[in-house]
Design a protein around this ligand. Structure first.
Ligand SMILES: Nc1ncnc2c1ncn2[C@@H]1O[C@H](COP(=O)(O)OP(=O)(O)OP(=O)(O)O)[C@@H](O)[C@H]1O
Ligand SMILES: [Mg+2]
Length: 421
């Protein structure tokens, strides 16, 4: 825009300058011509000698006009000269007979030859300064000032207009990580206020929806426990020992599932605050505690990564997620190698690898479904109920990250956790 403006201004100014220059030169040329014409022929040479002292113009009488030249050179000036020459007879100067104009652009000179009725040519050479439409320093200063001001104003206006959009984007991002994120302020221009109010309503609905779900989950628990306890008592009266044992085992399992479900619901509902924590330290703690729980595998637990890395997260929840993955690696893969990769593009990556049998490709996503287990039995030795991975994924997604599983080419499972910082 500024360049277009500058172009228009320059063209306009070029025209004006050209006209002014032509007028100035024409006045001087005509003046000289008139002086010469009104002087008696024998005194003309002396007059010209006198005129030559004036700077910027040389005039001489010659037998021939300036060499070469055409009628269409210097069109503005030629027109002016012709008009003025045509007016000469009114002032008692004899009518003109010939005009020749030659421009020498390389030397910025203009040669004008005018035929004098007595026979000679009056040849003038006039300097013609090249036109510079933006030569004046004031213009440059004004232009720079104008450009800077316009750019500044545009930037300010754009930032001001897009600020609410940025706030909204940040709020959506925060809501994705935490349903209990604080609401947006509902001030400002009416459109912005309406959008903020709509966003807050949506956030409230999502919050209520999530709360209702977890409420349902936790409310069912105690109601299920009572009949299970009653069934256990009744099972004791079953005569057949084998049947009794199986029934009791099933009931144990059912109870474990209910407890896990309750814990899951409690976890989802807790509003643990986000704090700054040392992720490297947390990983080492998880490995130590896993080593205590599985002394056989203690030697096969390893941590690789920076000694310290501060992130903002929910400490207990994150620890539970990491512990679930490390315990899976140990339980199903016999070892756990944890790697912490410092943030690139604002995302920390943690990998947990083992050397176990891996997971069938069709199961890689299904293992994240609640109560989905590779091994159908839910006996106490081989693990819990099938909530470890869903809980871990739940926690990381609540932090804006995720967990995915993949089989390593050389065998074993590699769990990749992403966590935005
Ligand atoms: N590292 C692994 N290697 C092989 N299979 C795995 C691995 N991690 C998980 N699995 C499979 O995924 C299933 C689901 O795992 P998840 O952690 O959700 O439940 P779980 O370990 O069975 O029980 P818990 O609730 O005690 O964690 C497991 O039963 C197992 O079959
Ligand atoms: Mg598990």
């Amino acid at each position: 825009m500024q360049i277009a403006g500058l172009g228009i201004h320059a063209l306009d100014r070029l025209d004006a300058l050209r006209l002014a220059q032509a007028r100035e030169i024409a006045v001087r040329v005509i003046g000289t011509y008139r002086t010469v014409m009104m002087t008696a022929p024998e005194r003309r040479a002396a007059v010209l000698e006198e005129l030559r002292r004036a700077p910027g113009l040389t005039a001489e009488l010659a037998k021939d006009p300036p060499a070469a030249g055409s009628d269409d050179e210097w069109p503005f000036g030629q027109r002016l000269l012709r008009v003025n020459l045509n007016l000469m007879p009114l002032m008692g100067v004899p009518r003109w007979h010939g005009l020749r104009v030659v421009t020498d652009h390389s030397r910025h000179l203009l040669f004008i030859g005018m035929h004098i009725p007595d026979g000679d040519w009056l040849n003038l050479s006039v300097p013609m300064e090249p036109l510079r439409p933006w030569h004046s320093p004031q213009f440059l200063v004004a232009f720079v000032l104008m450009t800077v001001t316009a750019a500044g104003l545009t930037l300010w206006a754009v930032r001001r207009l897009t600020a609410p959009v940025r706030t909204l984007a940040a709020a959506a991002e925060a809501l994705g990580r935490d349903v209990n994120a604080p609401p947006l302020p509902e001030g400002g221009p009416s459109e912005v206020a309406t959008a903020a109010a709509a966003f807050n309503t949506m956030a409230a609905r999502i919050r209520r929806f999530v709360e209702d779900r977890t409420e349902l989950l936790t409310a069912i628990g105690p109601d299920l426990r009572t009949p299970i306890t009653r069934l256990k008592l009744r099972a004791e009266f079953v005569e057949d020992e084998e049947q009794r044992g199986k029934m009791l085992a099933d009931l144990e399992e059912l109870e474990a599932m209910v407890s896990a479900t309750l814990a899951f619901g409690r976890d989802a509902r807790t509003t643990e605050p986000v704090v700054s924590l040392d992720l490297a330290e947390l990983l080492r703690t998880v490995l130590d505690e896993t080593g205590d729980a599985w002394p056989d595998a203690a030697a096969k637990l390893g941590y690789q990564g920076p000694p310290h890395l501060t992130v903002r997260a929910r400490s207990l929840a994150l620890k539970r997620a990491l512990a679930n993955l490390v315990s899976n690696a140990v339980t199903y893969g016999g070892c756990a190698r944890v790697t912490l990769i410092p943030p690139t593009d604002g995302v920390v990556v943690i990998t947990v690898e083992d050397d176990g049998p891996g997971i069938a490709p069709s199961e890689l996503e299904r293992v994240f479904e609640p109560f989905h287990r590779g091994e159908p039995s839910r006996n106490r030795e081989t693990g819990g109920v099938g909530l470890g991975l869903p809980i871990a994924r739940n926690i990381l997604r609540a932090h804006g990250g995720d967990v995915v599983l993949a089989n390593r080419p050389m065998g074993g499972v590699k769990a990749t956790l992403t966590l935005p910082v």
